[in-house]
Write a protein that binds this ligand. Structure first.
Ligand SMILES: [Zn+2]
Length: 216
């Protein structure tokens, strides 16, 4: 089997993720902005930590619970200090933490894309394993064939790194990367022309940290 590794993509947030919740003051659903500020309550043997959000219209605040009634010793000092200093990176990480969001029953605005993609293109054949198994026979070449022919015949890989576990849609990202329409990308998935590992639904939210997309 031979792969032509074409793209390494890293998905990075451009801001802390916003949430949607009911605002009693505005009288309906409203977008809440991640203020990148934490609130820490240390009370004897228990610590509570929240990330503070703010209604974008009326500035009403909402505290997203991160830790509730935990023992001070159970929290690494380094992490505790980041909460105290309102560390931006940690505020972003928390806002994309699926477990925290789920525990708080928080809704996310899927239409708002708060990420950017860093793309590294590579024209090298990074993984080339020549052997006598059926993979080689499928493409009808001898073992000593040149790499170019394999590359032309065979597939690309797009390696997607998503360290923040940002929710994204595969059809949008691939349409963007490959310069195709989302309809076309969906058809390619349906036809098996594109497969992903792990298996992601092409037009649903996907948030895996490390995804390999194979394109025939
Ligand atoms: Zn409001």
């Amino acid at each position: 089997m031979s792969y032509h590794l074409t793209k390494e993509v890293t998905i990075k947030p451009t801001q802390g993720q916003q949430i949607i919740r009911n605002c009693s003051k505005c009288g309906g659903k409203s977008t809440y902005i991640n203020t990148e500020n934490f609130r820490v309550n240390a009370n004897g043997n228990a610590i509570d930590i929240w990330l503070i959000y703010q209604c974008e219209k009326c500035k009403t605040t909402y505290n997203l619970s991160i830790h509730e009634r935990i023992r001070p010793k159970s929290l690494p000092l380094e992490e505790y200090e980041k909460y105290l200093s309102n560390n931006q990176e940690l505020a972003w990480h928390v806002s994309y933490d699926g477990a925290v969001l789920k525990r708080n029953h928080v809704e996310i605005d899927m239409e708002k894309e708060c990420y950017s993609m860093e793309v590294i293109e590579s024209s090298e054949a990074n993984i080339v394993e020549k052997n006598n198994d059926s993979d080689t026979n499928i493409i009808g070449i001898d073992n000593d064939t040149d790499t170019n022919r394999i590359e032309q015949k065979y597939q690309q890989i797009i390696q997607i790194q998503n360290p923040y576990h940002i929710r994204f849609r595969m059809d949008r990202i691939l349409a963007d990367l490959l310069g195709r329409s989302r309809t076309e990308i969906k058809r390619w998935f349906d036809d098996g022309k594109i497969v992903s590992q792990p298996d992601c639904k092409v037009n649903k939210a996907c948030m895996q940290g490390n995804i390999k997309v194979h394109i025939l």
